[in-house]
Design a protein around this ligand. Sequence first.
Ligand SMILES: [Zn+2]
Ligand SMILES: [Zn+2]
Length: 166
Amino acid sequence: MAAAGALAVKTLEFEGKQKGWFWFRKWDLEDMSSICWFTGIHVLAACAPFVFDRGAIRLCVGFALLSAFGMTLGYHRLLCHRSFKIPKWLEYFFVYCGAHAFQGMRAVVIHHFAALASYVSHKWGERPWNTSDTSTNKWWVAVLTLGEGWHNNHHAFPRSARHGLE
Ligand SMILES: [Zn+2]
Ligand SMILES: [Zn+2]
């Protein structure tokens, strides 16, 4: 998940675009699409209390968990880093779960946990490995993000299938 952010930064550097915060950037179609998408899902999330339903909450948590496993296990560790090998049908299953991460209410949950991992894990926490970046480990972020919070470990050993190396 964090790797996607790092890749985006590298891509922007490669394209030579000058990207700054809100007022300090030239808005292009991609920026406008992103702001419409993220504003849209947050407006829909704000409507959630008006249609509260316990069953829907349980379903959301279950699907969010399944999709989060698909993201971290399928997309990140398996496809991005090729950290381990599993049968092809299981590979398809995890990637299929991950592909649903941006659907319904779970999109909001997964987006915020992914953002949490990317942000906190480059700001606060322990650095058992002296990597050339600002990556850190934070146990409670790791709990919330199915292990992605062991981010310093991941930067030190990107291809390792184990999150908590220490
Ligand atoms: Zn990182
Ligand atoms: Zn990674």
